[in-house]
Each structure stands twice: as structure tokens, then as C-alpha cells.
Ligand binder design. Structure first.
Ligand code: 13P
Length: 253
């Protein structure tokens, strides 16, 4: 297979500390049979140290849900990429639609966060995706391209080659509505074509993962698509069995 499938749990702002430890343990146990699938979980910042301990010595990776757009310094309430790196964090979700919507994150700032992540050796997972209005106006590909070129403009081609792109249609997040396999494949293929225009053959190595109400019941159809290389899972990642079933689907491809 050209690309190793990647399944990432985005726990968002859920769970108490004990829940985070228990869930991380259950993910390790229940996904142990899927070593061919790269797996990671992204707890809230404050649970990272505990989950990092739980995952030590396992092949389940650790991710954060954001990082600051500058090196350490005077920025109350932010967490610098190097602090994450100290905790054994390997991935960082950037530009999630919830942060774009509720925290007013925009392209330039997201690109700055992306640059910080790369500088500290973290693998950025750049989230892109359209609202229902944009989809209905037929402007999905253009919007997604703008979101990606926001990073390209700042970092150049190399930056994108080192990251992961998560296509997450906003209308499918937490709604129970999922993009059909064909809808997802069409956008993923258009993202890969955009990458190829900038980074040539290296585009074949970039994982483009899908997020938006992915669960055990619909994962297989989505993951069977040639350009859907994994999943970024919200709600279903809070149940280890569901998350494991998605990993199983990714292993089957
Ligand atoms: P849901 O799987 O809950 O729809 O969330 C998707 C998501 O936003 C992952 O980042």
C-alpha cells in the first residue's frame, strides 16, 4: 500500500482525568491487532501527561488539539508546540472547524501554528472543510483549496508534504450526517490534485483523512475509497470498541 492508513481520535473537550486514562488503555488493548494502521488519540491539553504515561511503550500515538502560533512567551492561556513535544506528543490538530467558528481562527494564524508544530517535529493535521451553504453553492473545492493555500503561502511546498490533511465537512460534524463515499472521494481527489500541482509526486505520500460522523457502521465504505487514507474521529472515538472497529475497517482498506 502506498500510504499507511491513519486513524486519529479527537476527544475534543470530553471526559474526566480517570476517563482519559481508561479510554487510552482500552484503545491500546482493543486496537492491538491493527498494527498496520497508524493510530493516535488527541485528549484535551490537561490530560496529555496522564495519557502520555498510559501510552508509553505502546504503538498508539499521542496528539494535541491545537498549539500556539508563536514560540513560548507572554500569551496567556496558550500552549507552545515545544511544551507538547516535551510530553511525547507526535501530532497536532490545527484549524479544526470548531476553532475557526468559535475562536475566530483564520488562515494566517493557522499557518503560523503549523510552522511552530513543524519546527518542534510535530506532525500537523490540517483540518479543512465547507459549510452546507458553501457546498450548496458548488464552492467546496475552491474553499478547501483556499484553506490549504493559506498554509502553502507561508510555508511553501515542503510544509504540506510533512503534514496530514483532514477533510471535515462542517455539516457532517457531530450531526450524524456523513459525506457519502463518493462525496468524500471527490473532495479528497481534488485536494490531492492541488497538492500534486505544488509538490509533484510527493502528493502521493500525503495522508488525506476524512472526519464527520465517521463510525463503525459507515467507515468501511469511506475507507475503501482510493484517496481516503484514514479518519479523524470525534464522537465515536470516545468508545474504544467503535474506534477499534474503525481501525479494523482501515486495515481492510
Ligand atoms: P464527529 O465524529 O463527532 O462528527 O466529529 C468529527 C470531528 O470533528 C473530528 O475532528
Amino acid at each position: 500500500m502506498m500510504r499507511t492508513p491513519l486513524v486519529v481520535g479527537n476527544w475534543k473537550m470530553n471526559g474526566r482525568l480517570a476517563d482519559a486514562r481508561a479510554l487510552a488503555n482500552a484503545v491500546v488493548e482493543q486496537t492491538a491487532g491493527f498494527a498496520a494502521v497508524e493510530r493516535a488519540v488527541c485528549p484535551p491539553f490537561v490530560h496529555l501527561p496522564a495519557v502520555s504515561e498510559t501510552l508509553a511503550g505502546t504503538d498508539v500515538g499521542l496528539g494535541a488539539q491545537n498549539c500556539a502560533d508563536t514560540p513560548p512567551g507572554a500569551h496567556t492561556g496558550e500552549v507552545a508546540a515545544e511544551m507538547l513535544s516535551d510530553l511525547g506528543v507526535g501530532y497536532v490538530i490545527l484549524g479544526h472547524s470548531e476553532r475557526r467558528q468559535f475562536d475566530h481562527e483564520e488562515e494566517a494564524g493557522i499557518a503560523a501554528r503549523y510552522a511552530q508544530a513543524l519546527e518542534q517535529g510535530l506532525r500537523p493535521i490540517l483540518c479543512v472543510g465547507e459549510s452546507l451553504e458553501v457546498r450548496e453553492a458548488g464552492a467546496t473545492d475552491r474553499l478547501v483549496a483556499d484553506q490549504i493555500t493559506g498554509v502553502l503561502d507561508r510555508l511553501g511546498a515542503q510544509g504540506l508534504g510533512d503534514g496530514v490533511i483532514a477533510y471535515e465537512p462542517i455539516w457532517a460534524i457531530g450531526t450524524g450526517l456523513t459525506a457519502t463515499a463518493d462525496q468524500a472521494q471527490a473532495v479528497h481527489a481534488s485536494i490531492r490534485a492541488l497538492l500534486a500541482r505544488h509538490i509533484g509526486q510527493a502528493a502521493d505520500k500525503v495522508r488525506i483523512i476524512y472526519g464527520g460522523s465517521m463510525k463503525a457502521a459507515n467507515a468501511q465504505a469511506l475507507l475503501a475509497q482510493p484517496d481516503v487514507d484514514g479518519g479523524l474521529i470525534g464522537g465515536a472515538s470516545l468508545k474504544a470498541e467503535e474506534f477499534a472497529a474503525i481501525c479494523a475497517a482501515a486495515a481492510r482498506g
